[in-house]
Design a protein. Structure first.
Length: 141
């Protein structure tokens, strides 16, 4: 029987305001559609938790997170990161791409501005750590 795991994806865009919720919803729907093209079990909306200190509204927190259900973890994590990275580039419009946090178990990766090559190195390290931990967990289970 396949092991089911969940990956949480949260999107933060410091330039968005409450009036941009419809735009964020469209972008999140686009990301969700892209992720559903992969062999994932499901991609659902998830509340992101409390709004960051100093933010103007809690409304954005209701639309900025997705929960991806995976069965083939090592194979799919890399694909998900690739899809998210491409999506960030497409949604940047004329500004900086949004910050995206991926949380798998107790491991978290944050993709934000900065050097694309450094972002790829960080993602590769995160993927390696997640994959190793998942294989150990499956061997122990």
């Amino acid at each position: 029987m396949a092991v089911i795991e969940q990956l949480r994806i949260e999107v933060r865009d410091g330039e968005r305001t409450d009036g941009d919720i419809e735009s964020l919803l469209r972008n999140m729907d686009s990301l969700r559609a892209d992720l559903l093209q992969l062999d994932v079990e499901d991609v659902a909306r998830s509340a992101a938790g409390p709004a960051p200190p100093g933010s103007r509204s809690g409304a954005l927190e209701q639309v900025n997170a997705l929960l991806v259900t995976l069965t083939a973890v090592p194979a799919l994590l890399h694909q998900v990161v690739t899809v998210v990275d491409k999506w960030r580039g497409h949604t940047a419009d004329s500004g900086a791409p949004p910050t995206v946090s991926l949380t798998f178990g107790d491991r978290r990766l944050e993709l934000s501005g900065g050097d694309p090559e450094e972002q790829r190195r960080m993602a590769a390290l995160w993927l390696g750590a997640c994959t190793t931990a998942e294989r150990r967990r499956q061997d122990d289970g």
